[in-house]
Design a binder for this molecule. Structure first.
Ligand code: PLP
Length: 409
């Protein structure tokens, strides 16, 4: 049961909104990089560290048992959040980057060989490029990249043209962190399976903006980071299909991932603990559970609706700024609006509008191949979250007009 969407009430739950930057109320349009945290997440972090903290999975005392139970409850919560068929398919990692490195180093090293191909798109975050490059260096496999249209749209026909009998992995973003394009991940998964490949989805910019149903998407891995979902940094998720995880070797070795250890040999525990060596970010994971409670109370479908109408207002408002060009105008978009403004460098834009208390991101957004593909060095990017409001874009448009006056274009 979700509540009626009440943006004012939601905003009141985010203490950062009382901050002023350069004597102006903060306008935070950089949530794609990392979102701000609601009070209940901050409270949970504080409460766990002050009253419920201990190492997990090993102590027999009360605190350890409580912490273990709270940590494992989050696994159940996350599995419900993305509709996984079992909590044991949820592996806690430090974030999306580590999740993809885990897949590349464990699944990839065992299953790929020289001549095999990994298909990605030109619109990847470096986190969905570099782990595959390292894997290719080690195995002799190669990367094939699917282009996007000039407006940022993705076409399945471009993917189909590049799939061969050598394709072993297709790894795509759910949503591009630069273009905002929503990728047809269900159809991409089907194409992967028709060709005996697996489908990995970088859900970093997806799970934060819309409901995710893993069983419906039918991909093989889906990864995301807690810090973009109103949770703490240092904790993320790698969901993997049960039978694939069961056949994968460990990526990191150490405590908590073993059954029996001799000096020269060890046997490993079943997933997910096989992939969770060492002490995890315990309180951060428990607080991520509160972040999931927070978004579920509002309803991911309500968040999606709110952000969609915000994005549409943002496009309309920013279109009135002279000399502004959007980068990424696909009809299926979520979360971000990237743009350039006349001859102003995005770094200058960001620095100048910071004077008005406005935070946006400027640069290559960890997507250099996409920048090169688009013949750009950088863009400015405004991104929204549940606490964003239309007035944020009014302020941004007014501030960008000032930038225009400074640059005299
Ligand atoms: N993938 C995408 C699409 C992202 O936007 C990001 C972060 O910006 C990442 C991967 C990497 O996430 P993290 O740095 O949390 O591991």
């Amino acid at each position: 049961m979700t509540l009626k969407f009440d943006n004012k009430k939601i905003r009141s739950e985010f203490p950062f909104l009382s901050r002023e930057i350069n004597n102006k109320p903060i306008i935070y349009l950089d949530s794609a990089a990392s979102s701000q945290k609601p009070q209940q997440v901050l409270d949970k972090l504080m409460l766990t560290y002050s009253q419920g903290y201990s190492n997990i999975h090993r102590g027999l005392h009360t605190l350890s048992e409580e912490a273990t139970e709270a940590y494992e409850e989050v696994r159940i919560k996350i599995s419900r959040f993305i509709n996984a068929s079992s909590k044991d398919e949820i592996i806690f990692t430090s974030g999306a980057t580590m999740s993809i490195n885990l897949i590349a180093n464990s699944y990839g090293l065992v299953n790929l060989k020289s001549g095999d191909e990994i298909i990605i798109t030109v619109a990847e975050h470096h986190a969905n490029i570099i782990p595959w490059q390292i894997l290719c260096e080690r195995t002799g496999a190669r990367i094939v990249a699917v282009p996007v249209d000039s407006d940022g749209s993705f076409h399945l026909r471009e993917l189909k043209k590049r799939v061969t009998k050598n394709t072993k992995i297709i790894s795509v973003p759910h949503v591009s962190n630069v273009l905002g394009t929503i990728f047809p991940i269900k159809e991409i998964s089907a194409i992967a399976h028709e060709n005996n490949a697996i489908c990995v989805v970088d859900g970093c910019q997806g799970a934060i903006h819309m409901p995710v149903d893993i069983q419906d998407i039918d991909c093989d891995f889906y990864v995301f980071s807690g810090h973009k979902l109103y949770g703490p940094s240092g904790i993320g998720v790698c969901w993997g299909r049960g039978e694939i995880l069961a056949a994968m070797p460990p990526f990191l070795g150490g405590g908590d991932m073993i059954d029996d250890v001799d000096i020269e040999h060890a046997t490993y525990s079943d997933p997910p603990s096989r992939f969770e060596a060492g002490t995890p970010p315990i309180a951060e994971c428990i607080a991520l559970g509160s972040a999931v409670d927070f978004v579920e109370k509002i309803g991911m479908d309500n968040i999606e609706k709110h952000e969609k109408s915000l994005l549409s207002y943002g496009h309309q408002r920013l279109a009135s700024v002279k000399g502004l060009s959007f980068v990424g105008t696909s009809s299926l978009k979520s979360g971000v609006i990237s743009f350039t403004l006349n001859s102003a460098h995005p770094h200058d834009i960001s620095t100048l509008i910071d004077q008005d208390g406005i935070a946006i991101r400027a640069g290559h957004h960890c997507a250099q191949p996409l920048m090169k593909f688009l013949n750009l060095t950088s863009t400015a990017r405004a991104s929204v979250a549940v606490y964003s409001e239309p007035e944020d874009f009014d302020a941004l448009a007014i501030s960008l007009e000032k930038v225009n006056r400074i640059f005299g274009d």
